[in-house]
Write a protein that binds this ligand. Structure first.
Ligand code: KG4
Ligand code: ZN
Length: 362
């Protein structure tokens, strides 16, 4: 009965819905932001609503998975309603639904996935699952001036640090990634070690601006190892050792933040530039939460300028988690005929490369 009804709805909808990518509702709940957005034609953001859980997790110095799921359960539905009303639309106007399927916290992902399934099923709308990593890359297409293809993207967030060669929409190839901690994770762990607050990246960024990066020298992990991979856990350990060895000594926290940040930024920029030169690509781009870092933006722009390359530095709201990027990535897949079945599960960890398993076209 249920399947017959769904099939009828889908058929009816397909007839009146020749372009499923026209007005896409995006839903994101992979970590600690409950987000929904409506994007027109994969390009124009009609609304983007983000309910942050930072205040809920701050007392714990990091994201508490169970708490994140509970907050998504409370927030996500009203966030979708706000995204629709800010776009001055109703669900009747939506042509397709895109939802983050992974990677991320499994409980958190499931809240978004099940909401998307319920909305898509009840309206007979086509639905696609989107890789959160591809979403971050698709955010670049929402910039006022999107980067020209092909470009080399550095995707740096709390969960990921990767270099992607992006040849076209949905056409990304991972050339290198972290073998342990992500860059944002390193920022957050160092901030936690010193009790600076959560999330650590923003705080270290702010303090580093008042510090001198040459006072406290820290190692540049894997800087000259000839690969495009990163490692940040050793750098975090170097900060732990520095702290132990300098207990009772006076040093400025601002200088430590600047020294740590400089070590991270130098490795990130050098490897992205190397990747671009190796592949003959002349445009660089930043994506992900750490792309909000002021020093990283400055250093990347400078390196690009010196090499004669172009560079795209997205506005801050497109760096951190949002659902507009999921809708933008979803638009491409919806138009290509990819579909997510109602039986599909959330995927907490994706294999190297960050791609979701292929779904047969509906
Ligand atoms: O992309 P995002 O919002 O969520 C994930 O997909 O992980 O990234 C969050 C990460 C956190 O680790 C946060 O500390 C870091 O981005 N971050 C920053 C800055 N703003 C956010 N790291 C360094 N400098 C910043 N200004
Ligand atoms: Zn993210």
């Amino acid at each position: 009965m249920m399947w017959t009804k769904r099939w009828r709805l889908s058929v009816a909808n397909a007839a009146n819905n020749p372009d499923p990518g026209r007005l896409v509702l995006g839903i994101e709940s992979s970590c600690d932001e409950s987000a929904a957005a409506v994007v027109e034609d994969g390009r124009r953001v009609l609304s983007s609503v983000v309910a942050s859980q930072i205040k809920d997790h701050a007392p714990f110095g990091g994201v508490v998975p169970e708490l994140a799921s509970r907050r998504h359960l409370e927030n996500l539905s009203p966030v979708v309603t706000s995204a629709l009303s800010q776009a001055q639309l109703t669900l009747d106007d939506i042509s397709g639904v895109a939802v983050t399927q992974g990677p991320g916290l499994i409980g958190a992902l499931l809240i978004g996935l099940n909401l998307a399934k319920a909305l898509a099923w009840s309206r007979g709308l086509p639905m696609v699952g989107v890789s959160h990593l591809e979403g971050h890359l698709a955010a670049l297409g929402l910039c006022q001036e999107p980067p020209p293809y092909p470009f080399m993207a550095l995707l740096v967030s709390g969960g990921h640090t990767s270099i992607f060669l992006v040849r076209g929409p949905g056409g990304q190839q991972e050339l290198g990634s972290t073998v342990d901690d992500a860059a944002g994770e390193a920022f957050d762990k160092v901030a936690k070690l010193y009790g600076l607050g959560y999330p650590g990246g923003v705080i270290i960024d702010r303090m580093a601006a008042q510090g001198d990066p040459s006072v406290i020298k820290l190692p540049r992990p894997r800087m000259h190892d000839g690969t495009l991979d990163f490692s940040f856990s050793g750098l975090k350990s170097a900060v732990v050792r520095f702290r132990e060895q300098n207990q009772g000594q006076s040093y400025r926290m601002e200088d430590l933040c600047a020294g740590f940040q400089e070590a991270v930024v130098e490795v990130l920029v050098k490897k992205t530039l190397t990747a671009a030169k190796e592949q003959g690509v002349r445009h660089l781009a930043l994506a992900g939460g750490v792309a909000a870092n002021h020093r990283l933006r400055q250093a990347m722009a400078q390196a690009a300028g010196e090499a004669g390359f172009g560079v795209t530095l997205p506005p801050l709201e497109l760096c951190t988690d949002n659902a507009a990027m999921i809708a933008a990535a979803g638009c491409h897949h919806l138009r290509a005929g990819k579909r997510l079945s109602l039986e599909a599960d959330a995927i907490s960890r994706l294999p190297r490369g960050g791609a979701l398993p292929g779904e047969p076209a509906a």
